[in-house]
Design a protein around this ligand. Structure first.
Ligand code: ATP
Length: 365
């Protein structure tokens, strides 16, 4: 079992910085997601933690011990790159047992451990089958079996479900999470899919251009994004951004969009200039009495809810409302936002300002 901590970890490839100084802690037994768009540095971070890539600077601790000088094989981590990579000439039992055989574990112990793993994965019935004829799901289970048979301290997985179609992917994601809960080993999982991260992760680190922009529980990251990037990357549709020129002082509790006053959580820090008010689509309400007017330009029916696209004086936004509510294209409506859910972003990187409701959640990269 393992607690993994990285401290100011950085990686340069020549003049290009793939990972800027990153720090976070993965607690023992956690299912931890490294989430971000393609090229943001997730794989490089994982490879440094595994000992497959040398950091330019910074430290990696496993259970409090600095492992920077340890080779990958000495870190006791199972790296699941690609679950379908099996030895085609061996049957299931030999595929799963192979890592133990190559470590010189006696045959009787290998047999016992493979039986245990097969029970955990519920694949006892296919142990004597050749891997060639197995279904995709069973091949994936066998590959996982080969990773868990060594009883490593932690599992590292890099987009393990990336090649699967959507339905099977969801099924395997549930299975992986259930397996994690049964064996309890720390898992670090790289993905660019925000839904996968939200569904499976105990904690998420969101990366962008080599920077960990936020790190926390899925709900914290969804409700209180630390930056505009995180707010935009998480959620479907993403958070709405209403841009305005103005100011909010420390202790301030409202902003003005045109002539309309919007209550916001009491601010612990102020800002002025080009600001952005962030509101999730489900927190936009229609209200006849609001002086903040918007025009409906599209309505997308989704069963229980509908997504309404609106133009406002501060940009185009989307509202998620009940399908029972009647709304028509081209009509003009008044808008209200749930005040406790609003975030103000400012600064070069669109950092969320600290308020009485998000303090303690925001982590500045
Ligand atoms: P993806 O999901 O596309 O793999 P990622 O977030 O995992 O993206 P990385 O693979 O960590 O991203 O790559 C981060 C950046 O570092 C990319 O711009 C990549 O081109 C660059 N990079 C990675 N490895 C090397 C290398 N060995 N030499 C030079 N540049 C590299």
């Amino acid at each position: 079992m393992a607690q993994i901590r990285i401290q100011n970890l950085r990686k340069e490839f020549g003049a290009f910085t793939a990972v800027q100084s990153s720090s976070f802690t993965i607690e023992d037994g956690e299912f931890f997601m490294l989430l971000g768009p393609s090229g943001c540095g997730k794989t490089t971070t994982l490879r440094m933690m595994a000992g497959l890539e040398l950091p330019t600077s910074g430290e990696i601790f496993i259970n409090g011990e600095e492992v920077g000088m340890k080779r990958a094989s000495q870190r006791d981590i199972a790296f699941v790159f690609q679950m379908f990579a099996l030895y085609p000439h061996m049957n299931v039992r030999r595929n799963i047992g192979y890592p133990l055989v190559s470590q010189g574990v006696p045959a009787a112990d290998v047999r016992k451990r493979v039986d245990e793993v097969a029970r955990t994965l519920r694949i006892e019935s296919i142990l004597d089958k050749p891997v060639g004829g197995l279904s995709g799901g069973d091949r994936q289970r066998v590959a996982l079996g080969r990773a868990i048979v060594r009883r490593p301290k932690a599992f590292f997985m890099d987009e393990p479900l990336g090649a699967l179609d959507a339905e099977f992917r969801e099924h395997m994601a549930e299975e992986l999470r259930a397996l994690h809960d049964r064996i309890g080993a720390t898992t670090v999982y790289v993905t660019h899919d925000q839904l996968e991260a939200m569904q499976m992760g105990d904690k998420i680190a969101v990366m962008n251009h080599g920077v960990v922009e936020q790190f926390g529980l899925p709900q914290q990251i969804y409700d209180w994004p630390a930056t505009r990037f995180v707010a935009d990357f998480i959620g479907s549709p993403p958070m709405n951004f209403l841009e305005f020129e103005g100011m909010i002082g420390t202790g301030g509790d409202h902003v003005m969009l045109g002539d309309t006053r919007f209550a916001v959580p009491v601010q612990r820090e102020g800002a002025e200039g080009r600001l952005t008010l962030g509101v999730r689509p489900e927190h936009v309400r229609f209200s006849d009495s609001s002086t903040y007017r918007a025009k409906v330009i599209a309505v997308e029916y989704l069963g229980t809810t509908q997504i309404v696209t609106l133009t406002t004086a501060n940009g185009t936004i989307k509202a998620r409302i009940s399908s029972a509510d009647r709304v028509l294209s081209d009509e003009t409506v008044g808008l209200e936002f749930n005040p406790r859910t609003l975030t103000i972003f400012a600064g070069d990187r669109g950092q969320a300002l600290v308020s009485e409701v998000n303090e303690g959640v925001l982590r500045r990269g």
